[in-house]
Design a protein. Structure first.
Length: 474
């Protein structure tokens, strides 16, 4: 056993190693070229028969992991939708681990239960959601979607006289699930978890930006016989486009249905008056999912779900057992998220919201979107480069045409994929690819607090340089 003296030495060393990693983060190659086999060679081996020196273990872990660490938290990582970590969020996360409170129950962690309660209130305020809504912290938007849809399943079936938590789904009234054709895969995964079926959905066609077509919704709703559970999204993972939330809410509520909004990153738009109009009508929905590890820049992992019907939310999540103390009248984490024992992952949210304030979150969102627009503008000015989407938020889709055959779609697909691979090898920045409405595209997502105009410009230079090199080779 390490004693407390060793504990302090180990933690100080870990802090020092983390500091060295963070200091080098902005300039290390963003992607990694390492093979899994070489990582296994240094990190693997048999389970030690006897324990090793703790300080040595920490030092070796940092050294051996290093070649395989992606500079994902750095300023020029534009892949997927990935935030970094604001320094205050990281510090609060460290303290959260040191405190090691189990937030399943209020009695197990009063201070941090109150911290999460306060953070929950601040988030509802920031997004303009009803103050009476419930809010639970989850591992991410996938589980936030799961939780919101579980609350919906409860409420819709309870209204039909069915207690799904007790009775299960066999023999239950059938729900009609409505999704936009470009719903995020995690919505379908949540439906899979909930026994509602990934493919047993009514799909509403989307427009050229990836928005659910509100004018086609009435036809889809007309084909629904049972209670309606509709999933809309704020922020298409490719284009950043927003479904017409006001129209969806109005039409689905006219049928007594439930509207869940997947706003994993797009909900943050509500923090800025510039982007809030994209979310018009969102506050009228029934549940909302969002990520804090994306745009709020807290370390992995943290998302949250809000629900306009706290009773449905709690009914879908809560647990009861004789040894539990749940009658304190205070906030028990287990009522609002799928986990029972859980980390106080709302603490970094609280800390970074305090550090940024309403004005700081707004500035963060606007700055990232300005940088995305700047990159889109610079790229679109280059010959043979096309920006495929309206850059309404932080997401940009870019396609590279073949200079010798600009009208050849297959050549543009091949060239776009080659440019993406070249940029990933180059290491100045990192971004990934997608297929957007049948066309290969490069995805740029800007949600890191530390990205500057210089980072954006340097990344555009690298992208265009790689595109030039690919052209020269082809
Ligand atoms: C990222 C994302 C999710 C999934 O979030 P996780 O945090 O990875 O669980 C869901 N929906 C959208 C629109 C997303 O961008």
């Amino acid at each position: 056993m390490e004693g407390r003296v060793d504990e302090r030495r180990i933690l100080d060393r870990a802090s020092q190693l983390a500091g060295e990693f963070l200091a080098a983060l902005p300039e290390r190659p963003v992607g990694v070229a390492v093979e899994a086999a070489s990582l296994r060679a240094t990190l693997g081996g048999p389970l030690p028969e006897v324990g090793e020196d703790g300080l040595g273990v920490v030092e070796r872990l940092a050294a051996d992991a290093d070649p395989g660490l992606v500079a994902m938290a750095g300023p020029r990582y534009f892949g997927f939708v990935i935030g970094g970590h604001h320094p205050v969020a990281l510090a609060a996360d460290w303290l959260t681990s040191a405190w090691d409170q189990n937030l399943g129950l209020y009695v197990a962690g009063p201070a941090l239960s109150v911290v999460e309660e306060v953070a929950a209130g601040w988030l509802l305020d920031l997004f303009g959601l009803p103050a009476s809504a419930s809010l639970g912290f989850t591992t991410g938007a996938t589980m936030a979607n799961f939780t919101g849809l579980a609350a919906a399943r409860h409420a819709l079936l309870a209204r039909a006289g069915w207690d799904v938590e007790r009775q299960g789904l066999f023999g239950a009234p059938e729900l009609d699930v409505v999704v936009g054709a470009e719903a995020h895969a995690s919505i379908l995964l949540a439906l899979q978890y909930l026994g509602l079926g990934r493919e047993r959905v009514h799909s509403v066609p989307t427009d050229e930006q990836g928005r659910l077509c509100a004018d086609l919704l009435p036809g889809v709703l007309a084909g629904c016989r049972g209670p309606i559970l509709a999933c809309a999204q704020a922020g298409n993972v490719n284009s950043g486009a927003f479904d017409p939330l006001e129209a969806v809410v109005e039409q689905v509520h006219a049928r007594d249905g439930w509207v869940h909004v997947d706003g994993a990153f797009g909900l943050w738009g509500a923090a800025s008056p510039r982007f809030a109009p994209l979310l018009r009508g969102a506050e009228g929905a029934d549940s909302w999912a969002c990520d804090a590890h994306k745009w709020l820049n807290v370390p992995y992992d943290c998302g949250f779900v809000a629900c306009a019907d706290p009773a449905a939310h709690a009914a879908a999540m809560t647990i009861a057992a004789a040894y539990l103390v749940q009658d304190t009248g205070e906030r028990d984490g287990v009522d609002w998220a799928p986990e029972f024992s859980r980390r106080a992952r709302g603490v970094p949210v609280y800390a970074v919201l305090r550090a940024l304030g309403r004005a700081g979150v707004r500035e963060l969102v606007e700055r990232c979107c300005d940088l995305a627009a700047r990159m889109a503008r610079q790229l679109a000015e280059a010959p043979g480069v096309r920006v495929l989407n309206d850059v309404v938020l932080d997401q940009v889709l870019v396609r590279f045409l073949d200079p010798d055959a600009p009208g050849d779609a297959a050549a543009a697909d091949a060239r776009t994929r080659a440019v993406i691979a070249a940029v990933q090898r180059d290491g100045t920045c990192w971004l990934g690819g997608t297929t957007w409405h049948g066309q290969a595209a490069m995805r740029i997502s800007v949600v890191n607090w530390s990205t500057t105009e210089a980072d954006a410009d340097r990344s555009v230079e690298a992208i265009l340089r790689c595109a030039g090199e690919v052209a020269a080779v082809a």
